[in-house]
Ligand binder design. Sequence first.
Ligand SMILES: Cc1cc2nc3c(=O)[nH]c(=O)nc-3n(C[C@H](O)[C@H](O)[C@H](O)COP(=O)(O)O)c2cc1C
Ligand code: SF4
Length: 632
Amino acid sequence: MSGSLPVWDPGRPGHELLDILKEEVRTKGKPNTARIHEIAELTGTTSAKVRGVIGYYSDLNTDDSTVHVCVGESCRARGSKSIITELENSGEVVGKIHCAGLCTNGPAVIRENEEVIPISKDGDGLQFFLSMDSLSMSYGAESIAQSLLDQIPKDAALIRTGSRGLFHLEPMLEVLVNEKRIGFGPLDADETLSVVDSITNISHSSHPKYIGEVESLEEFSSQNRFATQRIGIADPLDIESMKKLGAYSGYSNAKNLGAEGVLSELKKSGLRGRGGAGFPTHFKWKAAADEKSSIKYVVANADEGDAGTFIDRMIMEGDPHLLIEGMLICAETTGANQGLVYLRSEYPQAKRILQSAIDSARESNILGAESGFDITIANGAGSYVCGEETALLESLEGRRGEVRARPPYPTTSGLYGQPTVVNNVLTFAIAAAILREGSELYSSLGTDSSRGTVVVQIVGATNRPACVEVPFGGTIGDVFANFSSLEGVKAVQIGGPLGSVFRAKELHDIELSFEGLDSAGGILGHGGFVAFGDEFDPHREVVEWMRFFRDESCGKCTPCRIGTQRALELLTRLGTENEKEGDRVLITDLDDIMTSTSLCALGGLAMNPVRSTIERWPSKFGGHLTPKGGVK
Ligand SMILES: Cc1cc2nc3c(=O)[nH]c(=O)nc-3n(C[C@H](O)[C@H](O)[C@H](O)COP(=O)(O)O)c2cc1C
Ligand code: SF4
């Protein structure tokens, strides 16, 4: 690592403060005044700063919950409310979380210290493959692994991989037969013996759970997998196997091309950021490259706060070297020397796997002193707005995650005031894939303004959840028809909690692209498509969204801090006997003000799901809101 350290500033004690406080709260409860003083001394900050931080992050709250249930959109659509009632009736104290990244198999119920280390086995004989992705584990992959250990031949290997994203087949066991990966799924633990028998007796194709060659399945072979290409194929922690599949070849190409060459490749590829705003990646990298500074940072945004999205987690668990490679290419291009991954605290398995991949990249001198670039993981502390890039930087500096006014932009003055590139995990992954495959191939796919591929995550009340990588273009309805189903689906929210809500039948008229969603009044966000079924209650959802925004507002700007609270009050009354005269005028005015004057997209888009839902289901709100605020 080169360059001198940033100037010490007691107002910016660094992320270590959050780690110390998390451990303190976990082991001893909330610190008292004397202890706060000690922690302040230890971390070189003031007691007031420590208090401010404790009051900000939900992970630093103490509660007596015995279990946590996810109440994010997808889990809500899958019935978290009734699970909570059931658990409470059985005497549990239920805490709520907003997305554990287990969206296809919700409602997610999380107990502390539940982390399971996946079992694997070496061997030169038959090669079995089983996903250790958190979702696969939630479908029961570990009990499959347990029973397999006793059943597979002594010389067989059980290799743990990421997930192929075809969740209706999970847990899915694959085995290499005649150079082809054949699959069985969805499996129960008591079916593994018959599967192993069928393979050893060469009668596997007649097994009831036989699904054939996995990569020939229509829903797999019809994808264009760039960022997801290696996920599910090999053990992500076996760096040599990953290299054989192309890991770090994009980095070698980048070194040969030089900074200008990489920027030109990215520009030609048309890559736009996948964190939500769709900002062209080459602009950001060029801006940082043009800065003169001995310290520059590369930050991966792995906060993935939008319920209904989990591809960042799948990459970190299934192909962590792809993220490392993307960050390395960015560092090579911009002259950065330090990398950080800001990882949401709800992803313990991703942390374990990514850390292990970082360690092996260091052992291979890909990272570390010899390469001039290293990466550390910083855990989030349960704040949705910390996914916003400037709030994220504040959090990395050990402060409350409040959004910064821009300019200056992070590429000029980011972490500790130094030039910083912040990109989403998937953006880094695609950048690495582009450098591996070439911009020509990538940009040959997609539409004029949305080049390449999009990773679509279909979750919620659908009987066929999926995570697929397909070219931009075509309609959203087509993607559901090809990879999932709209049967029984009443409404779909696209692009996370701040995204618009559409009727299922509209989706056949909306192009799958940044611009397609934009012209339909929506956003693509991080590619999450949450389906709601017949139980969709527009009024209840609108209130839930606004309550979430009110709770998660960082409080920096008035339109959002006050606006979300007032909107919550108004929406709760709207269309009920408590509605007051003038409420409709107030809501439309509030919408105008919040949308046009909020400092960041949390306040700026908070009315998006509200407006789109009221427009489509006016009868649930006592009628339409007209632009002037009257009833249509
Ligand atoms: C409230 C809020 C939450 C956000 N959460 C995330 C997130 O979890 N992950 C992410 O990559 N970007 C998130 N963003 C977008 C980031 O601010 C930023 O645009 C992104 O990290 C830039 O990376 P990209 O150019 O690769 O998209 C969020 C933005 C807002 C306003
Ligand atoms: S819009 Fe909300 S979250 Fe964003 S800066 Fe303002 S108060 Fe903070």
